[in-house]
Design a protein around this ligand. Structure first.
Ligand code: 5AD
Ligand code: SF4
Length: 459
């Protein structure tokens, strides 16, 4: 009997890409994707550990799976990814019916782990510094957009962050392999690729740095848009700014995590830049590429954050006018440097007050920015149809603004011109004016759903 597997993905895009990788590894070994919980023989949760809330949510989900496991004792439940590496054995103590636990470097062995599964839980969380999953082909859902992992792990040591401790040190996929993969994807019909890495701009392979790689990928025949996430402000070079500004197929959008605008907090966080240096990058990007949209990540309530530190961050949010921002209250993570050496001394009410205030400010700014497009015409690459209303198409502008409009004759992969009629703080809504350029047929080779993502991610 073929085993059917379902993967639920939590956390960042890196995990989404890893779920596709895992599905690729498992289907190559004879498993089939399941389309619903009820038909799955194996349920895998691909997890996040970046904040406590993420882990709590996943533990809650595991509890919800108990009745299913009682009903079907042969059902296997596995936990993989960052929380698997973080908790290891402890996870099985907390949730005894988990059958296997595998860290981010152990996906290649999942078919054996599942086949070997006896009474006791299998726990595999060792690091493998050489693991780049060379030769493993991700199973991507059909469509026009594809994730491409170019880097695994992180060499930075931001004190609040658990990522280097669960994903290990930085490793870069050889540029030749990335280009071969992107060409293959383009031939299959994918026209938008997003290059993924924890600190993508530290990418290097011989004399190919990230700026050069980005230019090469943008010039692959059939690739219409290249996006990337996330760069680090350190090493955000003029060469990279030049490539973003001048390559027509590179998205005019940069997600550039700031974290804090107080220099003493940036030192405590070991971010390795000053606020002034961050601002300089933003100014250069806007000068060289006036149409650029910039988004960010912010943490409030990190160890020792004074009211004055916080006010600097609050002001920076106002001054920089980010298109959008992911805003977080500091959550202490065991293993991180801060958890070992600093005091989580900001009361939770203060963290929450600061967070609520900046969420409110940012929402107003985002709304103003999106509403400023009303009445103008934007170019949108069509990425699919609205889940709620299939008469509507969904795509993104060149500066990565999600846009919804009447479907008309357009198809995924086409570039269309849309006149914007209304906007929220996250979407443009408009009318299709014309198809600017027909796309090729989208990739349909993999007509599968890779797991089910549980709505908007917490981070
Ligand atoms: N607490 C809160 N937010 C965090 N992030 C990373 N670690 C923590 C933590 N311990 C945020 C950072 C990072 C984003 C992915 O998550 O802003 O850029
Ligand atoms: Fe975490 Fe810092 Fe690495 Fe980002 S750069 S993953 S915040 S350690």
């Amino acid at each position: 009997m073929t085993m059917k597997v379902l993967i639920e993905t939590y956390g960042c895009q890196m995990n989404t890409a890893d779920s596709e990788l895992i599905m690729g590894i498992l289907t190559a070994a004879g498993f089939e994707p399941a389309h619903a919980l009820e038909e799955a023989n194996v349920i895998i949760l691909n997890t996040c550990a970046v904040r406590e809330k993420a882990e709590a949510r996943i533990l809650g989900r595991l509890t919800n799976l108990v009745p299913l496991k009682r009903l079907r004792p042969d059902l296997l439940i596995g936990v993989v990814g960052c929380m698997a590496k973080h908790l290891g054995e402890k996870l099985v103590e907390k949730v005894p019916y988990v059958d296997f636990v595998a860290g981010p470097d152990k996906y290649r062995t999942l078919p054996e782990i599942i086949a070997n599964k006896r009474k006791k839980a299998e726990i595999h969380t060792e690091f493998d510094r050489s693991e780049l999953y060379t030769g493993c082909t991700p199973k991507r859902p059909s469509g026009v957009t594809a994730w491409v992992t170019i880097q695994r792990g992180c060499n930075y040591v931001c004190t609040y962050c658990i990522v280097p401790h669960v994903r290990g040190g930085e490793r870069n996929v050889p540029a030749a392999d990335i280009l071969t993969e992107v060409k293959r994807l383009a031939e299959m019909g994918f026209s938008v690729v997003t290059l993924l890495g924890q600190t993508v701009n530290s990418y290097v392979d011989g004399d190919i740095n990230f700026a050069k790689l980005l230019r090469m990928v943008a010039n692959v025949e059939g690739i219409e848009q290249v996006r990337f996430t996330s760069p680090h402000p350190l090493g955000f070079s003029d060469e990279l700014i030049e490539v973003i500004a001048t390559e027509p197929h590179v998205a005019k959008f940069v997600h550039l995590p700031l974290q804090s605008a107080s220099d003493s907090q940036l030192v405590a966080m070991r971010r390795k830049y000053t606020y002034e240096e961050y601002e300089t990058i933003v100014h250069k990007l806007r000068e060289k590429c006036p149409e650029i949209a910039i988004s960010t990540d912010i943490i409030v309530g990190f160890c020792g954050e004074s009211e004055e530190d916080y006010q600097k961050t609050r002001q920076a949010i106002i001054d920089n006018r980010f298109a959008f921002a992911f805003l977080f209250a500091y959550s202490e993570r065991s293993l991180s440097i801060a958890a070992r050496t600093m005091k989580d001394d900001i009361p939770s009410e203060v963290k929450q007050r600061r967070l609520a205030e900046i969420i409110d400010i940012q929402q107003h700014i985002s709304k103003e920015i999106y509403e400023s497009r009303i009445g103008s015409r934007v170019e949108v690459i069509v990425e699919g149809y609205s889940r709620r209303n299939s008469d509507q198409a969904v795509g993104n502008t060149r500066d990565f603004k999600t846009t919804i409009f009447d479907r008309g004759d357009c198809e995924p992969g086409d570039w269309v011109e849309v006149e914007v009629d209304s906007a929220t703080s996250q979407t443009l809504v408009g009318r299709q004016i014309r198809i600017i350029k027909k796309g090729r047929a989208p990739a349909v080779e993999n007509q599968i759903d890779v797991g089910i993502s549980l709505g908007p991610t917490e981070n």
